[in-house]
Design a protein around this ligand. Structure first.
Ligand code: HAM
Length: 478
């Protein structure tokens, strides 16, 4: 027995299906906002993160998985994605060859050597976006709206969106000077981390969670009082846009974020499940003014965010926000005898190629045991093939829902199945819509709410949130 590495977790079976569902919903919304997928390496040169996330951040100081490779290079398992995504854009010369903004979405694992606790892992997955070459307020708010929409489509209500501004350079310098003056009077009474932050990056003191430090921090100067007129106007405009889009938010003047590349607007999404569980921010991001040029790109700005898939999956489970995800197979073949096994082996190949998800029971000998397995596999139809059937070119079909049984000629099997599954889908209940089996792409067809079977609904405004699962079944969520 080998134990799993501390702070990591296996995502298997139903849980993996739920992760895929979250990623699929987010991908569809990102595509809808004009983002393209980026896949960058898990391994990056350590300097990338030291430069971008910042050597005064907790991530770089304490949490990176850094090692020397056999060629003597310092390599780090990415602790976050923004730096690597921007690096890939610079390396591919996208800023020279493509219109701004360049929009990327991404999904995959990150690594941070943090203290494992509820909702905090050492390997965790993020789904995120970067909108690079974007300095306007509209892009900032559009990015927040994108994240908000993803969560709404997943079924989240009562989201808490916290926003703050770190202002422009001048605002930040003035504010840091005010914090320095204030904390210099209190720092001796504060925790070791705060003492270090006082020297390295005073803004990060505001993030301290040590209860004894909170009364001091709560009385510290607020960024709002140090904003230049331009930074203040920008923040006001962000707020008025969010109000216009009816996206609820609250201003949290202590929100500073743990990565050093932010400037301007920063935000976090929070959600508390009805059982009181709260795993920390489910997603977070902000505007970055200098990151792109620091990584070797032009002097352009960007904005982005990342969601923590683990945290989102956990609260969705707590609040039963997941739809029923297709789990069963269409067909369960039950061969009786050696010849039937051989025949079923070939038949399954043909049926799967026709688009029917199919399982063959090679592992049980008795009918009773096979039916039990079919039930556990949530099969729709059982195809029974015994000696009689083989001799007469027939096949016995049992509907495992209604228990009706019928015998048909083998040559009629395809038309029987096509017909059966058409009717099956026609009569699907109202909470489901349906998709055809063969040849249809994900989300392509659906017949919910006035849509005819097979009609495309993906680009239809009203139905943009339909998505499909597994073998041709489709789930409908608003
Ligand atoms: P971050 O706040 O470090 O930002 O992470 C974003 C989200 O990832 C968090 O809100 C949380 O849901 C999830 N997360 C972070 N650490 C862990 C962990 N140890 N275990 C489980 N989930 C975790 C960034 O990473 C920025 N790159 C976001 C961004 C993109 N800013 C601009 N563009």
């Amino acid at each position: 027995m080998f134990n799993i590495v501390k702070g990591t977790h296996d995502v298997i079976q139903a849980e993996a299906q739920r992760y895929s569902y979250i990623e699929e919903v987010m991908t569809n919304v990102a595509l809808n906002y004009g983002y393209k997928e980026f896949r960058t390496p898990v391994l990056e040169n350590s300097d990338l993160f030291i430069r971008s996330v910042g050597d005064s951040s907790d991530i770089v100081r304490k949490e990176m998985y850094t090692f020397e490779d056999k060629g003597g290079r310092s390599i780090t398992l990415r602790p976050e994605r923004t730096a690597g995504i921007i690096r890939s854009m610079v390396n591919a010369k996208l800023f020279a060859n493509q219109d701004y903004p360049v929009k990327a979405f991404y999904v995959g694992p990150n690594f941070r050597y943090e203290r494992p606790q509820q909702g905090r892992y050492r390997q965790f997955n993020q789904f995120g976006v970067e909108c690079a070459g974007a300095s306007t307020i509209e892009r900032d708010v559009e990015t927040i709206a994108l994240g908000y929409t993803m969560l709404k489509v997943l079924g989240f209500d009562n989201l808490k969106l916290k926003i703050n501004t770190l202002g422009d350079k001048e605002s930040r310098e003035n504010y840091k000077a005010a914090l320095k003056e204030y904390f210099s009077k209190h720092i001796e009474e504060m925790c070791g981390d705060c003492k270090e932050r006082f020297k390295l990056n005073i803004l990060r003191i505001l993030d301290c969670k040590v209860p004894e430090d909170r009364p001091i921090i709560d009385k510290a100067p607020k960024i709002g009082d140090y904003l230049t007129e331009e930074a203040r106007n920008r923040f006001e405009k962000v707020k008025s846009y969010l109000t216009a889009l009816e996206i609820p938010f609250e201003v949290d003047s202590e929100l500073v974020r743990g990565l050093d590349y932010y400037s301007g607007i920063v935000f976090e999404f929070h959600y508390t499940a009805s059982n009181g569980n709260n795993y920390g921010a489910i997603g977070a991001g902000g505007h970055y003014g200098n990151l792109i040029s620091e990584i070797g790109g032009p002097q352009i700005e960007g904005v982005g965010f990342a969601f923590g898939i683990e945290r989102i999956a956990k609260v969705m489970e707590d609040d039963s926000l997941f739809p029923e995800l297709a789990n069963g197979v269409d067909l369960f073949i039950m061969p009786m005898g050696e010849k039937a096994v051989e025949f079923s082996f070939g038949l399954a190949y043909v049926l799967r190629n026709l688009g029917y998800s199919t399982e063959v029971c090679y592992e049980a000998k008795s009918m009773g045991a096979m039916f039990k397995k079919a039930e556990r596999r949530e099969a729709t139809l059982a195809l029974i093939i015994g000696e009689d059937e083989l001799n007469n070119n027939m096949i016995t079909i049992k509907n495992l829902g209604t228990k009706e049984q019928t015998q048909i000629n083998l040559q009629d099997l395809q038309s029987y199945l096509d017909n059966f599954f058409d009717i099956e889908l026609e009569s699907a209940d109202d909470s489901e819509c349906c998709c055809h089996h063969e040849g249809h792409e994900h989300g392509e067809c659906c017949r919910h709410e006035g849509h005819e079977h097979g009609e495309c609904c993906q680009d239809d405004d009203e139905h943009e949130h339909h998505c499909c699962h597994g073998h041709g079944h489709c789930h409908h969520e608003e």
